[in-house]
Write a protein that binds this ligand. Structure first.
Ligand SMILES: CC(C)(COP(=O)(O)OP(=O)(O)OC[C@H]1O[C@@H](n2cnc3c(N)ncnc32)[C@H](O)[C@@H]1OP(=O)(O)O)[C@@H](O)C(=O)NCCC(=O)NCCS
Length: 173
């Protein structure tokens, strides 16, 4: 790995770092599976190589460093593989929205929970954000469970990206 690549944070099992163009094949493997998009705005629209390349290029250009707004690759330490993506997307002023997408074969290992907890801890410690939102399709049980496990409170149903989503929120303590 290029030593200039910024590492956003590290957990017991995972590293979240900036993308490099070498991630295209690995992220394509994750995002070309329709199951990953079952409950998201890309509903049943698996990514192709071109979209994956554009996406990675976009975030390399953005060069996010701080955790108030960022996007990065999730690397599993033991396999050194890219197993998904995560980030905080702009939503309200100083209140971003959390996102994760993991390769299907890495689900239910506690990885999203591990990342979510670290984002909450580090983002509140190192930036001025005042809260973090989490939205999910009401039927996305795994996502809802993770949002709950990382300490977010259920806020109700509202419109988000042209669909009715359940909203969760955690404020700075
Ligand atoms: C949502 C997602 C990120 C969760 O990642 P993960 O690493 O598997 O999550 P964790 O292992 O930390 O926790 C999953 C929890 O959901 C539970 N769960 C999963 N599927 C379930 C189901 N069908 N019914 C009930 N509980 C379920 C697991 O048991 C676990 O809870 P527990 O620890 O109380 O047992 C992952 O499923 C994913 O990438 N999905 C596709 C993309 C997506 O929908 N992202 C979220 C919106 S951006």
């Amino acid at each position: 790995m290029n030593s200039m690549v910024h590492i956003f944070f590290e957990t017991k099992n995972l590293i979240v770092r900036q993308y490099t163009m070498n991630d295209v094949a690995g992220l394509y493997e994750v995002m070309s599976n329709p199951l990953v998009h079952q409950y998201t705005k890309d509903k049943n629209k698996p990514w192709d190589k071109y979209k994956t390349e554009q996406y990675i290029q976009f975030f390399i250009k953005k060069n996010f460093i701080t955790l108030d707004c960022f996007h990065g690759a999730i690397i599993e330490k033991t396999s050194n593989k890219i197993i998904g993506l995560t980030g905080l997307n702009p939503y309200k002023v100083d209140e971003p929205e959390i996102e994760w997408k993991l390769d299907v074969s890495y689900w239910n290992k506690g990885y999203a929970t591990e990342i979510g907890r670290e984002i909450i801890k580090q983002a509140f410690k190192t930036t001025n954000i005042t809260g973090i939102y989490g939205m999910a399709d009401p039927e996305n049980i795994a996502s809802r469970r993770v949002l709950q496990k990382i300490g977010m409170k259920y806020m109700g149903i509202d419109e988000f990206r042209n669909q009715k989503d359940v909203f969760y929120y955690i404020g700075r303590v």
